[in-house]
Design a protein around this ligand. Structure first.
Ligand code: BMA
Length: 313
């Protein structure tokens, strides 16, 4: 499915976008920022962010046999909680899910939005029918949580994006039980002068490679016309992922097409998950202009090589 469009390392699928508002089985404003997994039977599931016509977001499940053609379930899979301990924190919606298969369970970290700000929340599903909330796992002011697919040093690990002193950097935290988190430290931040000079945030579930954990992240540059969201890549040490081994100097995907340039928020490619295929292709799923879901691919080795090349310059 490789097609060269533009000059980015990632190649867009020529039939992008793969899910739009018109593919939804009910009326919505937009559908974007979907997080995919590939199951053992070779089929795909993607939890997507849907912005309803009321204006707040919720989550829906899409299914696919090939990772390119998706069908969205007739009803949302997670709506803002109407009672219980999550109600206060989801009053303004559920945003930007990231899914990780860990010890046979699918865990979803999502952003719970309330009048008090953003918090990271954790939910799980075993069968993609029932979705159970587990806990709110950050205080307000944090988002972009992604869970590592295995324990590191005997502990669960996650990346997230607190904002301190107005600076949005990627941090790591550890947990013995997925609910209580600590040992937090900063992993990498924005780079002055670069395309990711304003903010960075974790995007995809980290992928184990021989060189380290590959993390696809989003980087933002602020301009006088507003922000530009691009995708980048970084390699983290396998045993100590707080240590950056390599980081791409250029982005691996930038907004160039009409569907990335024009939308509710223009000039946005917002990666939110990736699948590595048996032939070594990485498929990166991303929201475009906050209105639709797209996919772009590369050789996994090429993405890793870019990070390592730039580590050596
Ligand atoms: C981020 C998140 C994403 C969104 C992106 C671009 O802060 O809110 O959901 O896609 O901005 O607008």
């Amino acid at each position: 499915m490789r097609t060269r469009t533009g000059r980015d390392l990632l190649h867009r699928w020529p039939r992008n976008p793969i899910i739009t508002q018109q593919d939804m089985p009910y009326r919505v404003n937009t559908v974007f920022n979907g997080t995919p997994v590939k199951l053992d039977d070779g089929s795909y599931r993607m939890v997507v962010r849907v912005e309803g016509q009321q204006g707040y977001s919720f989550l829906a499940l899409a299914r696919s046999g090939d990772g390119l053609h998706f069908e969205v379930e007739p009803r949302p899979c997670m709506q803002p909680a109407s009672d219980g301990p999550f109600k206060t924190w989801e009053e303004y919606g559920l945003e930007d899910p990231r899914m990780t298969c860990l010890e046979g369970t699918y865990f979803i970290l999502y952003t719970a939005v309330s009048r008090y700000g953003h918090r990271i929340a954790l939910a799980r599903t075993d069968d993609f029918h029932a979705f159970q909330r587990i806990a709110l796992i950050s205080e307000a002011g944090n988002k972009d949580g992604v869970l590592f697919p295995e324990k590191i040093g005997g502990l669960y690990a996650r990346l997230d994006r607190p904002i301190g002193q107005g600076i949005g950097s990627v941090w790591i935290s550890y947990s013995p039980d997925l609910v209580n988190w600590g040992r937090s430290q900063c992993v990498f931040g924005p780079r002055p002068r670069y395309w990711d000079s304003y903010r960075v945030g974790a995007s995809a579930t980290p992928i184990r490679t021989e060189r380290g954990w590959l993390e696809i992240y989003h980087g933002v540059r602020m301009t006088c016309a507003g922000p530009i969201y691009r995708a980048g890549a970084v390699i983290l040490d396998l045993d100590n992922p707080a240590k950056v081994i390599g980081r791409s100097l250029p982005p691996i995907l930038s907004p160039r097409t009409d569907y990335e340039r024009i939308g509710d928020i223009g000039n946005v490619v917002f990666a939110s998950g990736a699948v590595v295929e048996p032939d070594g292709e990485i498929r990166v799923y991303y929201g475009a202009a906050d209105v639709c879901i797209c996919v772009a691919t590369a050789r996994l080795d090429d993405v890793v090589a870019l990070c390592m090349r730039d580590a050596e310059t």
